[in-house]
Design a protein around this ligand. Structure first.
Ligand code: CP
Ligand code: NVA
Length: 311
């Protein structure tokens, strides 16, 4: 699959079902045969604009770009200071003169959109307040690996209707994965998103359900998924959130409602004894580090997809 014009990766729903399958097939090849792709980004540079801290996203992109033969430039909050020192438009136009792609981790999703609109090179969303598409693709790829096929699987997402949840909703809806979301009242994912994702699930046959009862979501699930209760930028709300999320911790009692051989997933960073107990996240059902590893492989596929064959 070659890109004739510049293409961005802002949200999972920017990809068709066929493109997601293409990325998964390519990821399998990239994982198996790293050397074959060692020159794909030769002579190319990618800028990483990060307004928030990161372990997985930064390191997996940096190492992945290096493994593809490319060069990576990390620009932390103190360098670019997006929207304060310089507008997103000026940053995008300037960087487009130097680099071949931009990975952006921002607070507001609008910043990623503005960068993509003004950049003449592909922009990849490395997490915004609205979505985390690289994470969702890595997660679905991991489910495929573990369960042979993701279609028909039921994933229970328990916690905050946040960026990770939003991307999982669309990823699951497109891929035919049933997603059952349990959040406290007031933390449900945006209803407009659910409505929009429903269009994809109607085609794939997946079901999207939202409840305020974690037990209901986890019942007979193949996968239990958790994320932090306090996302980056929400630290001031910590106290209220800890109170509101009481009863939403994944512990052995809750997990016992899932299928016997369920998998536990978490995008990380995790907070043991908050959203999940240590016996679950460090126990035999947990596949959190496979997820983390697959971030790199899927992102390499995204880079090859967006940049590899561009002339
Ligand atoms: N899951 C994830 O994106 O991790 P980082 O915040 O460490 O990049
Ligand atoms: N929801 C979390 C995800 C971290 C990878 C956050 O935005 O902080």
């Amino acid at each position: 699959m070659t890109q004739k014009t510049k293409r961005d990766f802002i949200n999972v729903q920017n990809l068709t079902k066929e493109e997601i399958q293409y990325l998964f097939d390519l990821t399998v090849k990239l994982k198996k045969n790293r050397d074959q792709y060692a020159q794909v980004l030769k002579g190319k540079s990618v800028a990483l604009i990060f307004q928030k801290p990161s372990n997985r996203t930064r390191v997996s992109f940096e190492v992945g770009i290096w493994q593809l033969g490319g060069n990576c430039i990390y620009l932390g909050p103190e360098e670019i200071n997006l929207g304060k020192r310089e507008s997103a438009a000026d940053v995008a136009k300037t960087l487009s003169r130097y680099v071949d792609a931009i990975v952006a981790r921002t607070f507001t999703h609008q910043d990623v959109i503005d960068l993509a609109k003004e950049a003449s090179v592909p922009v990849i969303n490395g997490l915004s307040d609205l979505s985390h598409p690289c994470q969702a693709l890595a997660d679905l790829f991991t489910i495929n690996e573990k369960l042979n096929e993701a279609k028909g699987v039921t994933l229970a997402y328990v916690g905050d209707g946040n960026n990770v949840c939003n991307s999982l909703i669309f990823g699951c809806a497109i891929s035919g994965v049933n997603i059952k979301i349990a959040t406290p009242k007031g933390y449900e994912p945006n209803t407009a998103f659910i409505k929009s994702a429903q269009r994809f699930s109607d085609m794939s046959g997946a079901a999207i359900t939202v409840t305020n009862k974690p037990q209901e979501a986890v019942e007979n699930a193949d996968v239990i998924y958790a994320d932090t209760w306090v996302s980056m930028g929400q630290e001031a709300e910590s106290k209220k959130r800890f109170k509101d999320f009481k009863g939403f911790q994944i512990d052995s009692k809750l997990a016992s409602r899932a299928k016997k051989n369920y998998f536990f997933m978490h995008c990380l960073p995790a907070h043991r004894e908050q959203e999940v107990t240590a016996d679950i996240i460090d126990g035999p059902h947990s596949i959190i580090f496979d997820q983390a590893e697959n971030r790199m492989h899927i992102q390499k596929a995204i880079l090859v997809f967006l940049l590899g064959d561009m002339k």
